[in-house]
Ligand binder design. Structure first.
Ligand SMILES: [Zn+2]
Length: 150
């Protein structure tokens, strides 16, 4: 089966997303790139993520808060978490502030383990101007099977 990759990109990040697009096409993946302006609002995002083939991967390029919003929508549209990749940190220095021990982590993933206190954390969309970092909150693990699916 062909690999199908949908790339959702916030306007400012188009160049980076296009580089990735060419790379994926060279690897033989079927790709679709949708550029969305922040001011287009959420309806455009809904349009972009619906009606895609089963098993599609989703790449999100954009600012952290925007990307998290797109990810939430994608999950509610039935994308599985494992197939969603966020590329926020490639384009900005994504520092994340651990709410438990106050250490600053450089983070590539939405979920990560604090380098200092080893707490499992999830990046929020709350930006602390003082710490120049996004806040990350502890994940008190609800295992996948137990997640409510409403
Ligand atoms: Zn910590």
């Amino acid at each position: 089966m062909k690999r199908y990759v949908l790339i959702i990109v916030e306007r400012a990040y188009t160049e980076l997303a296009e580089e990735k697009l060419y790379e994926l096409r060279r690897e033989g993946a079927l790709c679709e790139l949708k550029v969305i302006e922040r001011k287009d609002g959420e309806a455009r995002i809904d349009d972009a993520i619906t009606h895609r083939p089963l098993g599609s991967e989703l790449l999100i390029y954009g600012a952290v808060d925007w990307s998290l919003m797109v990810e939430r929508k994608a999950i509610s549209e039935g994308f599985s978490r494992e197939l969603i990749h966020m590329c926020t940190s490639l384009v900005e220095n994504c520092s994340v502030f651990c709410s438990q021990c106050h250490a600053i982590n450089g983070v590539l993933e939405e979920r990560f383990v604090c380098e200092n206190c080893c707490q499992k954390l999830e990046v929020s969309d709350h930006y602390s101007a003082y710490h120049r970092a996004y806040l990350a909150y502890p994940i008190f693990t609800i295992e996948k099977g137990e997640e409510r699916d409403d």
